[in-house]
Design a protein around this ligand. Sequence first.
Ligand code: PMP
Length: 419
Amino acid sequence: MSPMSSQMSGAKKRIYMDHSAACPIDEKVLQAMTPFFVDSFGNPSSLHMAGRAPRKALEEARQKVANLINAKRKEEIIFTSGATEASNIGIKGVALRMKGEGNHVITSAIEHISILNIMKYLEKNGFEVTYIPPTTDGFVDPAKIEQAIRKETVLVSIMYANNEIGTLQPIDEIGKVLEQKDIYFHVDAVAAEGKIPIDVQASKIDLLTLSSNDLYGPKGAGALYVKDGTRIEAVVQGGGQERGLRSGSENMPAIVGFGAAAELAKNEMASEAPRLTALRDKLIKGILGGIEESYLNGHPTKRLPHNANFRFRYVEGESMLLNLDMQGISVASSSPCTSKNLLPSHVLLACEVPTEEAQSAVQFTLGRSNTSEEVDFVVQILPNIIKKLRAMSPFSPKNIEEMRSTAGHREKGHHHGLE
Ligand code: PMP
């Protein structure tokens, strides 16, 4: 049954378009993980028999993740519990190690909150941080980074692509600038991984953050790529696993799943990326063409294949999200990871979107399950939702006009009464 007819007949097929918040685990990934819960439950550090299969599987998973980003050696991959932990280990680790040589770090104003909060921590601990503002399309200009470099600069952290508005960053150009200046380059690649090819060697990246779930792997696994020779201090102390950078027994089922997911994503990227791009463009065309005063956030073409982020004047994002949810469609109203606070997105504000428009943003992140029919359904029902919400909005031009004229009448009436 098509999603449209299933919606109409009341069947419960939901349309999920919030893949940057969470992805389902691929069936093949689940199969790869299963033996490591019971049959091969051993600790990869154990010297006895039970450690053998997990040890082998750990190194195979490491190789698969290394292949996804073209790392030179699999040993440059450090498994972590997720992207947030990977970025903490990478950024704090380099900053701590390099403190004697310089205390300046550069990042952008549109990084994920997990990066921005590490920067705040560094500021509290003797570092100075420069936040590069983006262009209105969400680009971080390599020339601005170059201008911000000081002799104390030890590290630059820029995301591969923005998770909210989808804009792809000029990572190769930034990498070139930093290589010449001998400054470490950290990249948060969570939004881009598995969607577009990543080559840490060609892009001159020293440290790179990955997450398993964004690749249809399990939650609870991530990785930090650390280029050989990078001077980094351990910030997690313990048993010395993962080259001493991330101590603690490895989450074997999740790591094996991460490896399987990385391999699948690498194999499927060439066919899946153009498919998603076509769906994304259909969605963009349908929404911008069907709804007045709707705008695309981010760059129209230099964006992630699966991301479409819109703002609609005179509408509030949360109400749109809830209305879409009632129609069986899951989307995000701002950064899915920070939507606990209802503040407008820091990314849109940095791109100079007015606050009230930033509050109207809705983000669609498409994925493997989405079909052309689902996009049609969204394009079909969204105009009515917007119409309904605009009719209720006190800020729509029509309602402001009405309020003005009612107020005018009242004033006149009042005067008449006095005369
Ligand atoms: N970076 C980016 C760009 C993200 O979108 C996210 C959230 N998916 C993270 C980092 C943090 O990931 P996690 O919550 O899995 O640690």
